[in-house]
Design a protein around this ligand. Structure first.
Ligand code: MSP
Length: 656
């Protein structure tokens, strides 16, 4: 029988900055869905990729002194880039599209021409407001307090010759699609689209630009590059082979079953994308699902706010599976959720270490302790004591499936953890350690209790596979499940494991996390990351006001030898110098350099000082001049270097 097919996509991400936990959230959710569908027997196409054109990238590349292509290559393929992150996070995408891929570029030119030829694209003048960071055009009425409705930043006036897509022509059809079908989910997003964008009147969409060059050229009108959404949205079909020979899966996988997208780009996916497809005469995707944002302190994460959370740091500290699990266990997929390290640690400790981890390690170790690692076939069931858990396990797959089909990852996981909780209670109710006191009388009963726990773990691990692929496989290995007893089908059959199953003790899968220590470590890592993002070197770019030569010559700079140097009591900044300035009388100077120098290291050194400044008091002591040093900022740290002269320069030598 031919397998059912399932095509799922993430948005293609902008390689303008490194990815953060918010991007990881969407990709992990898509991966869980793709893995779930594979588990249920579907042939899956899971697409992700990068959206590499546009003015922002062009600007960033210029700032970095590289070509736009070099810039995006670095972020996508470079160390700790997009590809590395998806590999680390165990993302099982079948395809990865880059909009700079040659096949995509030529397909977009054909798509643009098709829409032009059928009269849906025309040339006009663009007048409006443009948000550069978001690369979005807005009409006056769409602005919020005169600012970009997406990011709240200032917008600028824009006017230029441009091609337009007749989006207005499709307003009625799109409204019908949104209101009368379940094309867009969650349903709450439908009203927003219809009321905010369609009802006020859909305006035609600017689809080419002439003011930057980093884009796909319109082949019949040099000077124009295809502007963002035609290029970006079409990735979902070009990656299957639409209008190109690179792939041949268009017939097989289009229309997509679902596009997962963040809520701010629902507008593009639920209005522009269907209208474009209608223009091209192509079938529409079956569903667009707009998920919520992961917020930090109530706001969206963004590099410019400096509040991004680095998934590399979290995955390396807590493990990839724990992080994947946390993201989907904690936040309802359709709504916003507040990310915090505390919640992450709590989820790991409660769900994974306490509930699941304990259940696994207790069960496997009891099979080892009481039966040498292999259960006997002779087992005694107790209808009254066992039926509750048996019912829970046998219904689990259906309940889970119902939630997964609605993309309710949080609820699907909650169903699994209800059963895991029940199993932990079942251990207490049956007290295996008490049964073990009289093996002759209770051996068969004890064997059944443990078998029952192994079965709970088996079904749970199968259903956890999409969320925690490596850990679920390890659980299945430890409880002695094989390929046949690890399938989707076997997740509804109670007692699939052989009665005399052999378990394999393994490592502790989810060690408990010392919250205090971990939070401190995270704080340090965040601090280090912030520092790393600071400019390497900051110098004062502005030269000081000019002084005339005579004024300059009045300054008396001299070489001075350090006869003594002491810290100043009650000051952690000042050092007190006794200096030979060549006059025969000791000179005392106080200098705020204790952060950088130890007094004993400076004794005997020859320094440079200005000696004709009026004396001034510091911490009650007189300072007769100032030592000369160079200062700059490096990675946010203030740096200071005293001007240390060659020892052969005598005290009192003048600088001229
Ligand atoms: N390039 C466009 C998408 C084109 S799709 C044809 C784009 N790229 S993006 O990199 O800015 O964002 C990609 C996705 O990441 C969006 O769906 C966005 O909602 C999601 N997220 C970015 N920050 C996020 C959070 N803090 N939380 C959840 N998702 C977030 O838009």
């Amino acid at each position: 029988m031919e397998k059912k097919r399932f095509y799922i996509t993430t948005p293609i991400y902008y390689p303008s900055d490194k990815l953060h936990i918010g991007h990881t959230y969407c990709t992990v959710a898509t991966d869980a869905m793709a893995r779930y569908k594979r588990l249920t027997g579907c042939e899956v196409m899971f697409l992700t990729g990068t959206d590499e054109h546009g003015q922002k990238i062009e600007d960033k590349a210029r700032e970095a002194g590289v070509t736009p292509q070099q810039f995006v290559d670095g972020i996508v393929q470079g160390e700790r880039g997009f590809l590395d992150l998806w590999k680390l996070m165990n993302i099982s995408n079948d395809r990865f599209i880059r909009t700079t891929d040659g096949y995509h570029v030529s397909a977009i030119q054909k798509i643009f021409r098709k829409m032009y030829d059928n009269g849906d694209i025309y040339k006009g003048t663009y007048k409006g407001k443009y948000c550069k960071p978001c690369e979005s055009f807005w009409t006056e009425s769409q602005l919020v307090d005169g600012k970009c409705p997406d990011c709240g930043r200032q917008v600028q006036d824009a006017e230029e010759e441009a091609y337009f897509f007749k989006l207005s022509k499709y307003a009625g059809k799109v409204q019908h699609l949104l209101e009368d079908t379940d094309f867009l989910e969650p349903r709450s997003r439908v009203n927003e689209m219809v009321n905010n964008f369609i009802k006020p009147g859909l305006e035609d969409l600017c689809v080419s630009r002439t003011s930057f060059t980093w884009g796909i050229p319109v082949d019949f009108d040099p000077g124009h590059v295809v502007y963002v959404w035609v290029d970006a949205l079409s990735n979902y079909i070009t990656a299957l082979g639409y209008e190109n020979d690179q792939y041949d899966d268009y017939e097989k996988f289009w229309p997509a079953d679902v596009h997962f997208v963040g809520k701010e780009i629902v507008r593009f996916h639920s209005i522009i994308w269907p209208a474009m497809l209608m223009s091209l005469g192509l079938p529409l995707p079956k569903k667009v699902f707009g998920h919520g944002w992961l917020l930090l302190d109530g706001g969206k994460m963004s590099k410019s706010k400096g509040n991004v959370v680095d998934p590399y740091i979290l995955a390396e500290m807590f493990g990839v599976d724990a992080l994947r699990f946390f993201l989907l266990r904690t936040f309802p997929f359709g709504s916003d959720g507040n990310f915090s390290n505390e919640a992450l640690i709590q989820t790991i400790n409660v769900d994974l270490a306490n509930d699941l981890g304990n259940l696994l390690s207790r069960t496997v170790s009891m099979v080892g302790k009481y039966f040498g690692g292999q259960l006997p076939k002779d087992q005694a069931r107790d209808l009254e004591k066992d039926s509750d858990l048996i019912t829970a396990i046998t219904h689990l797959r259906d309940k889970y499936e119902e939630q997964m089909e609605k993309f309710s990852f949080q609820n699907a996981l909650a169903e699994i953890f209800k059963v895991i909780d029940r199993a932990n209670k079942y251990i207490d109710e049956n007290a295996p350690w008490v049964l073990a006191k009289d093996m002759e009388a209770n051996g068969p009963r004890l064997a059944f209790v443990l078998y029952h726990l192994l079965e709970t773990l088996r079904v749970s691990a199968i259903l956890l596979t999409p969320f925690m692929p490596a850990s679920a496989a390890e659980i299945l290995r430890q409880i002695g499940a094989d390929e046949r007893t690890s399938t989707w089908e076997s997740a509804v059959s109670w007692a699939a494991l052989p009665k005399d199953v052999t378990v394999i003790r393994g490592e502790n899968l989810f060690p408990r996390i010392d919250a205090e220590k971990a939070l401190k470590q995270l704080e340090e890592a965040a601090e280090a990351a912030k520092k790393a993002a600071l400019p390497a070197l900051e110098l004062e770019p502005q030269l000081a006001e000019k002084v005339d030569f005579d004024t300059f010559c009045k300054s008396d700079f001299r070489a001075v030898k350090v006869k003594d140097c002491q810290p100043v009591k009650k000051s952690d900044k000042l050092l007190k110098f006794t200096l030979d300035d060549g006059t025969g009388t000791d000179r005392q100077i106080l200098s705020g350099i204790a952060r950088w120098y130890k007094p004993e290291d400076l004794i005997g050194k020859t320094l440079m000082a200005i000696v004709n400044l009026p004396p001034r008091k510091m911490m009650g002591q007189e300072s007769q001049g100032m030592l000369i040093s160079a200062t700059h900022t490096e990675k946010g740290e203030e740096c200071l270097n005293l001007l240390i002269l060659d020892d052969k320069i005598p005290a009192g030598a003048k600088m001229c």
